[in-house]
Ligand binder design. Structure first.
Ligand code: NI
Length: 188
């Protein structure tokens, strides 16, 4: 396994439309293992193959919820490292949304390709989707909550869409300015 480089905006590869996977192979499974390792290292809860430069319709998601949801929020890095998470790795190959609710939910989204920037995005609260897993088995399920939000965010990547595209121009420009500033501070 290997930690892969995550592509960040304004890299144009993020604007590509990813191709469907015709048959799930060992090569895909090796890529998926690397994608999980890369996502956990970042850390993040979702990653699309195009974010590591592979334009194929493959996503990994692991919401990594804290084992104890009532535990107080960590106030230091040492405390944060001690929090235990429940792992629930999920693979979505060729995902398709077949139904979405009229009801929306708002989540403060971030993206590993838009580092350390967050903004509220409205998306359907519940969706029904079909997809293949890493064994090639077909799934069809209704999803809600953070999993539904995260899958929609990751599926956008397959169409070359980023969460910042859902914002008003004013909000997007503000966020991009903040990103520039934090990059300059890092480089200094
Ligand atoms: Ni993203």
């Amino acid at each position: 396994m290997a930690i892969l480089d995550i592509i960040e905006i304004p890299d144009n590869r993020l604007r590509q439309i990813s191709k469907p996977v015709e048959r799930v192979t060992d090569e895909h499974r090796a890529l998926i293992a690397d994608m999980f390792e890369t996502m956990y290292d970042a850390p993040g809860i979702g990653l699309a193959a195009i974010q590591v430069g592979v334009p194929e319709r493959i996503l990994v998601i692991d919401l990594q919820r804290p084992k104890d949801p009532d535990a107080p929020e960590a106030t230091s890095e040492a405390e944060a490292e001690k929090i235990e998470y429940v792992h629930d790795p999920k693979v979505f190959i060729n995902p398709v949304i077949t139904w979405e609710s009229d009801e929306l939910s708002i989540y403060n989204e971030g993206c590993l390709s838009v580092p350390a920037q967050y903004a509220d995005v409205d998306r359907p609260a519940r969706i029904r989707a079909t997809w293949l897993d890493e064994t090639g088995a077909a799934h069809d399920a209704e999803l809600d909550g953070l999993l539904a939000t995260c899958l929609q965010h990751e599926m956008d990547h397959l169409e070359g869409i980023l969460f910042i595209d859902h914002l008003s121009k004013l909000k997007r420009d503000m966020l991009l300015k903040k990103l520039e500033k934090s990059r300059r501070a890092k480089a200094a």
